[in-house]
Design a binder for this molecule. Structure first.
Ligand code: SF4
Length: 85
Protein backbone atom coordinates (compact mmCIF):
# COMPACT_ATOMS: atom_id res chain seq x y z
CA UNK A 1 0.00 0.00 0.00
CA UNK A 2 1.54 3.24 -1.10
CA UNK A 3 0.08 6.18 0.76
CA UNK A 4 1.01 9.78 1.27
CA UNK A 5 1.59 11.48 4.55
CA UNK A 6 0.44 13.31 6.72
CA UNK A 7 -0.39 10.23 8.75
CA UNK A 8 0.92 6.74 9.01
CA UNK A 9 -1.92 4.24 8.91
CA UNK A 10 -0.18 1.62 11.01
CA UNK A 11 0.38 4.00 13.90
CA UNK A 12 -3.17 5.37 13.64
CA UNK A 13 -4.67 1.87 13.89
CA UNK A 14 -2.33 1.01 16.75
CA UNK A 15 -3.48 4.14 18.54
CA UNK A 16 -7.16 3.28 18.51
CA UNK A 17 -8.34 4.88 15.28
CA UNK A 18 -11.00 3.18 13.17
CA UNK A 19 -10.72 3.31 9.43
CA UNK A 20 -13.48 4.50 7.08
CA UNK A 21 -12.72 3.59 3.49
CA UNK A 22 -13.19 5.92 0.58
CA UNK A 23 -12.19 5.70 -3.05
CA UNK A 24 -9.71 8.57 -2.98
CA UNK A 25 -9.17 9.01 0.73
CA UNK A 26 -9.50 7.08 3.96
CA UNK A 27 -10.71 8.79 7.11
CA UNK A 28 -9.68 7.62 10.59
CA UNK A 29 -11.56 8.35 13.78
CA UNK A 30 -10.70 7.88 17.44
CA UNK A 31 -13.69 8.22 19.72
CA UNK A 32 -11.52 8.29 22.83
CA UNK A 33 -10.11 11.61 21.62
CA UNK A 34 -13.33 13.09 20.19
CA UNK A 35 -14.92 15.78 22.36
CA UNK A 36 -18.09 15.97 20.28
CA UNK A 37 -17.46 19.53 19.27
CA UNK A 38 -19.34 18.83 16.06
CA UNK A 39 -17.20 20.66 13.51
CA UNK A 40 -17.24 17.52 11.38
CA UNK A 41 -21.03 17.20 11.27
CA UNK A 42 -21.48 20.92 10.72
CA UNK A 43 -18.74 20.87 8.09
CA UNK A 44 -20.37 18.21 5.91
CA UNK A 45 -23.46 16.34 7.08
CA UNK A 46 -23.37 14.00 4.08
CA UNK A 47 -20.00 12.63 5.12
CA UNK A 48 -20.37 12.84 8.91
CA UNK A 49 -23.74 11.83 10.34
CA UNK A 50 -24.02 10.81 13.97
CA UNK A 51 -26.24 7.76 14.42
CA UNK A 52 -25.76 6.43 10.89
CA UNK A 53 -23.79 3.24 10.31
CA UNK A 54 -21.14 3.85 9.29
CA UNK A 55 -21.25 7.37 10.63
CA UNK A 56 -18.46 8.46 8.29
CA UNK A 57 -18.88 7.88 4.51
CA UNK A 58 -15.88 9.46 2.76
CA UNK A 59 -17.32 8.94 -0.73
CA UNK A 60 -20.27 11.22 -0.04
CA UNK A 61 -17.94 14.12 -0.89
CA UNK A 62 -14.71 14.62 -2.80
CA UNK A 63 -11.44 13.62 -1.18
CA UNK A 64 -10.47 17.30 -1.03
CA UNK A 65 -13.69 18.18 0.77
CA UNK A 66 -13.17 15.32 3.22
CA UNK A 67 -9.68 16.56 3.97
CA UNK A 68 -10.93 20.11 4.45
CA UNK A 69 -13.50 19.02 7.03
CA UNK A 70 -11.11 16.66 8.82
CA UNK A 71 -8.73 19.58 9.20
CA UNK A 72 -11.39 21.52 11.13
CA UNK A 73 -11.46 18.90 13.89
CA UNK A 74 -9.91 20.62 16.90
CA UNK A 75 -8.93 17.52 18.86
CA UNK A 76 -7.09 15.30 16.41
CA UNK A 77 -9.82 12.66 16.63
CA UNK A 78 -10.12 12.73 12.84
CA UNK A 79 -7.25 12.01 10.46
CA UNK A 80 -7.05 11.28 6.78
CA UNK A 81 -4.72 9.66 4.28
CA UNK A 82 -5.08 10.31 0.56
CA UNK A 83 -4.88 7.17 -1.55
CA UNK A 84 -2.74 6.85 -4.62
CA UNK A 85 -4.61 6.27 -7.85
S1 SF4 B 1 -14.84 17.65 14.89
FE1 SF4 B 1 -13.50 16.12 15.84
S2 SF4 B 1 -13.81 16.38 18.05
FE2 SF4 B 1 -15.51 17.37 16.98
S3 SF4 B 1 -17.12 15.85 16.91
FE3 SF4 B 1 -15.97 15.72 15.01
S4 SF4 B 1 -14.44 14.16 15.40
FE4 SF4 B 1 -15.21 14.78 17.37
Amino acid sequence: MNQKQPNDEKSLLENGYRKYHGKGINIYYNREICEHVGNCVRGNAQVFEVGRKPWIIPDNASAEEDARVVNTCPTGALKFIFKEE
